[in-house]
Design a protein around this ligand. Sequence first.
Ligand SMILES: Nc1ncnc2c1ncn2[C@@H]1O[C@H](COP(=O)(O)OP(=O)(O)O)[C@@H](O)[C@H]1O
Ligand SMILES: [Mg+2]
Length: 350
Amino acid sequence: MIRLENITKSFAGKEGAVAALDGIDLTIAKGEIFGIIGSSGAGKSTLVRLINLLERPTGGEVFVAGERVTDAKGQRLRDLRRTIGMVFQHFNLLSARTVAGNVAYPLELTGQYGKAEIAERVAALLDRVGLSEHAQKYPRQLSGGQKQRVGIARALACEPQVLLCDEATSALDPQTTGAVLDLLRQINRDLGVTIVLITHEMDVIRRACDRVAVLDRGRVVETGVVTDVFLHPRHAATLRLVREAEPDGGSLDAVAASDLAGRAVRLTFTGPSAHKPILGRIARENLIDYAILAGRVGHIRETPYAQFIVSLSGRDVAGAIAGLRASGVDVELQGGAPVPEIEERARHVV
Ligand SMILES: Nc1ncnc2c1ncn2[C@@H]1O[C@H](COP(=O)(O)OP(=O)(O)O)[C@@H](O)[C@H]1O
Ligand SMILES: [Mg+2]
């Protein structure tokens, strides 16, 4: 749906050009929810402005729906922009217009619809985002979550193929964030619209996205499906972002870096195995003991996961590791020991 090929973008600075984006290659498939995560200054907003065609790259090519759009102009550019809806961090609503008036606005701008048709569309959009009862209110009368629902309805008004959300939940509290992400997922399911979620929060990625790209200082340093990137972060920038989402600052990594080589293993249970008493059974069968050194449990979208670092000791540690793997548990030895069994994952890390 969206393809970026070797994109660079530089800005003139006091000491010469500053590269905000440096060789970005990214493919976002039709119908997926694709996350782009990075800390402040990584280049996320610059990337957004290239995708929504508000800015042109210094180098490289942008494709939308298979079409090269890098130097589209005039009416074609306006048509292309209409295929991409934008949702903003600070909602950007018109304060003098009602909720219905805000959603109607982009439809009025096209000059293509009569009054009755606009009213009908607006009603359907407000119903979709759960705001029918608030149609005649003004933005100042709404909560943050409601304002963002208006922003989403407005972005959908011209039936875009892509919804681009730049920090759309960053101004919202955690509970409202969850509700807005649920709404985006429902819209993705119902309408098949491709969603690009830009965020600095790993929790947003974990709750909503299919795949993710990690942006660090203008480069994509890691891409993959969210379960893989979240549970097995490889690049330092990804580790940092995962750690920020952990309640106690990522003790998993602190242990991984310690000198428990050989017997310390990281166990990852995903899906049904997260709820099964596998570890106790394997310990009994192989006459081993284990100490849990660090851990986290939760969900990645609907998929439950549990991840622990344990140190194994006793009779048959190798047998226990084989048994865990045979039960579908991902086992990684910690502390730099070579682990030839770990398969190369289908993803890309710089
Ligand atoms: N219009 C601009 N002029 C000069 N520098 C810019 C401009 N826009 C962004 N930058 C620089 O590009 C880098 C990436 O910025 P940005 O895309 O806003 O990052 P993010 O959204 O991830 O915080 C930063 O170093 C920023 O200072
Ligand atoms: Mg930004």
